[in-house]
Every structure is written in structure tokens, then in C-alpha cells.
Design a protein around this ligand. Structure first.
Ligand SMILES: NC(=O)c1ccc[n+]([C@@H]2O[C@H](COP(=O)([O-])OP(=O)(O)OC[C@H]3O[C@@H](n4cnc5c(N)ncnc54)[C@H](O)[C@@H]3O)[C@@H](O)[C@H]2O)c1
Length: 253
């Protein structure tokens, strides 16, 4: 029997990562680069310390968003890690339209616009690429205190399915990752918001969410980056339109 082992080697591939300065984004850049990909990275911060060609864009601003879309067209990525997002909290009684515009502006509008640019580039150049969208366990069910963010991540899951079906004839795969609770810089803000909304001391919410994970602890950025490598590589050649949970058992699908 011949074993047709599909390698995770990404030599010769071009990868593009958004939200690259953040916890998960920076880890994904490091993993893609270590496996041989040429990596292009973007975030809102002026500079980036990692193995990638970096440009700063504010995806909430149409000038930045369009410039980022143009750069994606120039770079012609085979792997597109659509990862940038912001978090905020509020129930339907208080989460206003300003919060809606910010969260949907980055997590859905910009997310969609850059995914479209990557898809158009892959189709134009006949690349059988892999698009990996960043969803969340928050996209699989609502939360009383997290109305808008949960809705943005549900939208990511839906766009992943629609994009996968539209791009399948072009042999472009589109999948999403739904992390659970991952110890990144985002959690400093999340913890502080829960401290305010649930009247808890700083640090308590972060401890609690780790303890209730079935595996017993918060994930690390590398846990998510390894799933991104799997979805980027030929190891997942027959997977598309899926959302992969990386959550220590938090959400049962
Ligand atoms: N950390 C978690 O527990 C967790 C859980 C589920 C899903 N996620 C998702 O994983 C992804 C990465 O999150 P993370 O935890 O690494 O967070 P993070 O805050 O460390 O990284 C997110 C990055 O997105 C960038 N970004 C935000 N707004 C931007 C804008 N307007 N223009 C350009 N860049 C912008 C930020 O600057 C930041 O570097 C996000 O999509 C997040 O929703 C995280």
C-alpha cells in the first residue's frame, strides 16, 4: 500500500495574516514562517516584530481597508488567515449602535472585504488556496452580556459556509476556527470588562473561564496557530465550509 502522506510543509506558499500583532496572529505568523511560507502581515500598529513583511492598516477606515485590499491583490496569497477583530460588551439594553458599528465594522465588514480580496486574487491567478476565518465559541450561541460580539462571530461562520460553497468550483477551501478562551492580549480587556459588568476583582473572570474548560485551562495562541497550520496545509485537503473548535471541550457540536 502506498501511503499518500500530505505534508504540513508550506514551502513555496504565500501566507497573509491580519491582526498579526495580536496573540493568535503573531503565533500564526511564526508557525507559517517556520513551515516555509513567505508571510505578509498587517495590523493597526505601526510596527511588527516577527518573520513577515509588514504593513500597518486601520481596517475600520475605508482608506486603510482599500489599501489593504490592494496589497492582498499584489501579494497573491495562497493562505489567507483572516484574524483581526475587536471585542466589547453590553446587553441588548445598553449595547448601542456606536458599539455595533465598531464591532461589525472590523469583525464583519472589514473581515468580509479582505476575504473577498483574497478570494478574487486566488481565482484570478488560479490558486487552489486556503482561507481561514477567525470565528469564536461566541459565534455558536448568544451571551447576555456580549450581544454584538457574538453576532459578529455568528456572521463569520455563515460567511465561511457561503464563501466555501461559492469557491469550491475554483478548488479554494474556506474554513473557520472557533477558539474558546485563549490567553492573549485581548483577554486583558475582556477580563476588565467582565470585572466591570459582573462586579468582580480584576483577574477573577480570567481564572474562572480557565477552570471551567473541560481540559481545565485556557488555551495558548500556539494551540490555535497549529489548527491554522492544519487548515492551511494539504493535511486538510478534503475539508471546506467547516468551523473547527479549538476550545478544550467548551462547545459540543
Ligand atoms: N483570545 C480569545 O480568547 C479568543 C477567543 C475566540 C476568538 N478569538 C478571536 O481570535 C482572533 C485573534 O484574537 P486575539 O485573542 O489574538 O486578540 P488580540 O487583541 O491579541 O489580536 C487582535 C488583533 O486585531 C487587530 N485589530 C483590531 N482592530 C483593528 C483594525 N481596526 N485594523 C487593523 N487591525 C485591527 C488588533 O490590533 C490586534 O492586534 C480575533 O478574531 C478574536 O475575536 C479570540
Amino acid at each position: 500500500m502506498t501511503l499518500n502522506a500530505a505534508p504540513t510543509d508550506l514551502t513555496g506558499k504565500v501566507a497573509f495574516v491580519t491582526g498579526a500583532v495580536g496573540g493568535i496572529g503573531a503565533s500564526a505568523v511564526a508557525h507559517f514562517a517556520a513551515l516555509g511560507a513567505k508571510v505578509y502581515a498587517t495590523d493597526i500598529a505601526d510596527s511588527f516584530d516577527g518573520s513577515a513583511t509588514y504593513r500597518a492598516f486601520n481596517l475600520l477606515d475605508d482608506k486603510g481597508l482599500n489599501a489593504c485590499r490592494d496589497w492582498i491583490g499584489e501579494v497573491k496569497p495562497d493562505i489567507f488567515f483572516n484574524n483581526a477583530a475587536i471585542f466589547d460588551m453590553g446587553t441588548v439594553l445598553e449595547a448601542d449602535l456606536a458599539q455595533y458599528d465598531r464591532l461589525f465594522g472590523v469583525n464583519v465588514r472589514a473581515f468580509y472585504a479582505v476575504m473577498q480580496a483574497a478570494a478574487q486574487s486566488m481565482v484570478a491567478h488560479g490558486q487552489h488556496g486556503s482561507i481561514i476565518n477567525m470565528a469564536s465559541q461566541a459565534g455558536h450561541r448568544g451571551e447576555a452580556l456580549v450581544a454584538h460580539y457574538c453576532a459578529t462571530k455568528a456572521a463569520v461562520i455563515s460567511y465561511t459556509q457561503s464563501a466555501a460553497l461559492a469557491l469550491a468550483p475554483h478548488k479554494i477551501r474556506v474554513n473557520a476556527i472557533s477558539p474558546g478562551v485563549i490567553d492573549t492580549p485581548m483577554w486583558k480587556d475582556v477580563d476588565a470588562l467582565f470585572a466591570k459588568f459582573e462586579n468582580k476583582p480584576l483577574g477573577q473572570k480570567k481564572r474562572e473561564v480557565g477552570e471551567v474548560v473541560p481540559l481545565g485551562y485556557m488555551g495558548a495562541p500556539d494551540d490555535v496557530a497549529r489548527a491554522a497550520v492544519f487548515l492551511a496545509s494539504d493535511q486538510s485537503a478534503y475539508m471546506t465550509a467547516q468551523t473547527l473548535g479549538v476550545d478544550g471541550g467548551n462547545v459540543l457540536r
